[in-house]
Structures are given as C-alpha cells and as structure tokens.
Design a protein around this ligand. Structure first.
Ligand code: ATP
Length: 217
C-alpha cells in the first residue's frame, strides 16, 4: 500500500484518487476551495484545504511521506507551475502533473517532474484506436514501438488454430495468453484452437499488429 497526495479536486483529480483508494492506497486530497474539499471528506483518507502555491502551507502537509504527489490543477496554469516549484523546493521527488495545454507541457517539462499527463489527448487517442480497430478491446504501449493488445475472438475464428492469426506477422507477434471463462492458457503453440469469446492477448510491433488486425475483425 502506498500513500499519495492529489492537489486539485476537479474531475480528473477526484477520479484518479477514487481509483487509487479502490486499489488499496491511501490518498490525501488537497484543494484551496473549502466547499470542494468538504464535499469529499468522506471519500478520501483525508482532505486538506490549502492554497498549493503557498510553500509554507504545503510544508504543513507532510508531503515527503507521500510516494507521489499528483498536481491535478488544469485550468489555472500559474497555480499549477507555482505549486510544482514549491513541491520541488520542499524536496518532493515523485511529482506527476496534469498538463492542460502545449504551453503548460513545455514549461512543466523544464521543471524536471516525473510524468506529465494529457488526459484529453490520451483519451482521444484511445477512442480513435477503438474506432479504428473495433476488434481490439484494449491495448497497452510497453515502449520501443511494442504493444500488448486484447482481442475478443469473433465467431468466424471459432475452431481455427492460432497460427491462422499469427502467421501473417512472420514471427514478429507473440500470443501471450488466452483467457477462456475462468481458465487461462499460456505458452501457446500455433496449433492451439481458438474458441468464440476467447480473450487473446497478443504482443508485437504496432505495424505487425496492424497487419493482422483485418483477420480478427
Ligand atoms: P477537471 O479535472 O475538472 O477538468 P480542471 O482541469 O478544469 O479540472 P481546475 O478546475 O483548474 O482544473 O482545477 C481543479 C481543482 O484545483 C479545482 O477544484 C480548484 O479549486 C483546485 N485548485 C486550483 N488552484 C489551486 C491551488 N492553487 N491550490 C489548491 N487547489 C487549487
């Protein structure tokens, strides 16, 4: 279990916090607006009313004991930047920041934070991918152009061997796992017979996954 501090309780800050709590972590929520902070008193581990641009006020929050601090102030770029500077001065090492614009991103990237997040852009890309490849239920970029994709096997592939799916990729795409109801199958060979509604996880370069996608539609 880790402890996180989320500064800015807008929609993004609150949904990230609720998921962290759901995952078993503790979260301190911080907002300068007392009405907003009070709204979440029962949902967070603790809630603090604090203007995060004020370094002295931030020092009261014991942020050094947070495994990461998420700055979720979007609209007010000045507040976000001043908050990051204050966190750095206090010595917080793991700072994650929500950026609301290119300019915001450019400046934040000079401040040496651990991660900059663009929720709207990242979500936009995911939605476009889902529309473009409706057979891909979910995907994860694992760096160096490699992706893990989750595919739900359609009726037309029922009874077909895995090789029918993988062969066009000429060994560049691997089947990681098949999930069939409660059962999981690992170390799959090409003779493994697919069944409708199987969930197939494939891993490989984006270009090769794209190549085999039409076979899965
Ligand atoms: P959303 O996630 O809803 O899209 P947003 O990107 O519009 O939010 P803002 O509304 O700018 O982001 O800020 C989110 C929250 O951050 C608000 O509840 C606001 O009160 C709080 N906030 C803004 N500035 C500060 C600050 N200096 N210190 C603490 N909280 C702040």
């Amino acid at each position: 279990m880790a402890h996180f501090t989320v500064i800015g309780l807008g929609r993004f800050g609150v949904s990230a916090s609720m998921e962290l709590i759901y995952l078993g972590h503790t979260v301190t929520g911080v907002d300068r607006d007392a009405k907003i902070a009070e709204k979440y008193v029962d949902d967070f581990t603790q809630v603090m009313i604090c203007d995060s641009t004020d370094e002295n006020a931030l020092k009261e929050l014991d942020l050094i004991n947070s495994d990461a601090v998420l700055v979720a102030i979007g609209e007010d770029m000045e507040s976000s930047l001043l908050c990051i500077l204050a966190l750095k001065k206090i010595g917080v090492k793991e700072i994650w920041v929500k950026a609301s614009s290119r300019a915001h991103h450019t400046i934040v990237s000079k401040l040496g934070v651990a991660r900059i997040i663009h929720p709207e852009e990242e979500m936009g890309v995911r939605v476009a991918q889902a529309l473009n490849y409706p057979m891909v239920n979910d995907y994860l970029s694992i760096g160096h152009g490699l992706y893990v994709v989750e595919i739900h096997i359609k009726p037309q592939l029922d009874g077909r061997p895995l090789g029918d799916v993988l062969d066009p990729a000429k060994g560049k795409v691997d089947a990681v796992m098949v999930k069939r109801e409660q059962e999981t199958f690992l170390q799959l060979d090409k003779k493994f017979v697919l069944k409708e509604k199987d969930i197939l996880l494939l891993c490989g370069p984006r270009s090769e996954l794209k190549h085999i996608a039409p076979r899965l539609a």
